[in-house]
Design a protein around this ligand. Structure first.
Ligand SMILES: Nc1ncnc2c1ncn2[C@@H]1O[C@H](COP(=O)(O)OP(=O)(O)OP(=O)(O)O)[C@@H](O)[C@H]1O
Ligand SMILES: [Mg+2]
Length: 256
């Protein structure tokens, strides 16, 4: 079984939280790959330099000046800190971006967003090479362009591109909320792509969750059997989900 775990940036910001997630991942067996975001870290990095963060439909507007920050924050600090924590926990973790061995090549998604990429091709062989040799690939959400450019790819989209190309059986999104919440802040346990579209259309799912639901919909369409969104800080959450506990929100093709 192939499992792709996407870790949101806010879970990785606190060292104790990061270590807890790393320990859970290190305890897993089988073919595991990790993709991570770093939204919170990126916003802070830019804030500290007097640059305001702007989002359109949950995606960060990435100007030529902020592409360098994308590399420094996602591929640099966040990736390396996570790889270090996983190493301490006992994993043979290897830090990568989508640029490595064609794992994720992208083109511009929308001129309004600048250097935000849409993944157009993904060569998953590196994931197979590493996992079959016992290594744990840890991929930052950065993709390459055909002209050598660097694209910022939303972490959830990156996870889905990798999961689909790698033919992952399961995709688990670890985030900073219990799952997808309705307009009364109640957890929605199961959503179809049509439900996701209406949550977005009505504005109930916005910002980062809008991006996540769009990505989750693509994952289901891309053949990933099980897609789930859970709170990454919940006690032992990964093992509990794999043991069949109905935590968080599952995104399914249809309700039957
Ligand atoms: N209906 C909703 N239910 C739950 N969360 C929602 C909803 N609408 C918007 N959100 C927001 O989406 C956020 C999760 O997306 P966000 O992009 O911030 O995290 P992430 O994807 O886990 O991290 P990263 O972007 O760093 O990879 C929540 O913290 C919440 O503020
Ligand atoms: Mg996000």
């Amino acid at each position: 079984m192939k499992v792709l775990i996407k870790i949101g940036g806010s879970l990785l910001d606190d060292p104790a939280q990061r270590s807890a997630v790393a320990a859970q991942i290190a305890a897993l067996s089988g073919n595991i790959a990790v993709v991570h975001g770093g939204g919170k870290q990126m916003t802070r990095y830019l804030d500290e330099r007097g640059v305001e963060s702007r989002f359109v439909n949950g995606l960060r507007v990435t100007t030529p000046e902020t592409v360098d920050a994308v590399l420094k924050v996602f591929a640099g600090t966040v990736n390396t800190q996570l790889v270090a924590a996983l190493g301490v926990a006992g994993s043979k973790a290897v830090g990568l971006t989508g640029i490595d061995a064609g794992l994720a090549m992208a083109t511009q998604l929308n001129p309004e967003l600048g250097f935000v990429g849409r993944v157009t091709s993904s060569d998953p062989r590196l994931l197979d090479v590493l996992t079959s040799a016992g290594y744990l690939p840890v991929v930052a959400c950065v993709a390459g362009g055909s002209g050598g450019e660097v694209f910022n790819v939303n972490g959830d989209s990156m996870a889905v591109a990798c999961a689909s190309a790698w033919q992952a059986d399961r995709l688990l999104f670890l985030t900073d909320v219990d799952g997808v919440l309705d307009s009364n802040k109640q957890l929605l346990p199961v959503l179809t792509p049509a439900d996701c579209a209406s949550l977005i259309a009505t504005g109930v799912a916005s910002g980062g969750m809008q991006a996540k639901l769009n990505a989750a919909t693509d994952a289901v369409a891309g053949g990933v059997r099980e897609v789930r969104i859970v709170r990454g800080s919940a006690e032992n959450v990964i093992a509990r989900v794999f043991a069949g506990e109905q935590l968080g929100t599952a995104i399914v093709k249809d309700r039957n």
